[in-house]
Design a protein around this ligand. Sequence first.
Ligand code: SF4
Ligand code: SF4
Length: 76
Amino acid sequence: MKKPLISVEKCKGCGLCIGACPKKILEMSSAFNKQGVNYPKCKDEPSCIGCKFCAMICPDCVIEIVETDEPGGKNG
Ligand code: SF4
Ligand code: SF4
């Protein structure tokens, strides 16, 4: 199973990743990072298909797609 790992302190809050996600599972947090901007959070990690669109569109390489160990998601 894959999920987005978001390095929130590097985010500049442009919102591009949110529009890029075909599953619409990214949304802006109401919290602020140290740069004083809202950053994205994933509201439904099990629905992530690992397409990496969010990671590819981010101008600041904030998002990385990682494998999780959660049950049911392993490919062997
Ligand atoms: S990898 Fe794809 S499905 Fe997962 S959060 Fe990013 S854009 Fe959405
Ligand atoms: S595209 Fe990158 S910089 Fe822009 S809001 Fe998303 S994570 Fe932050």
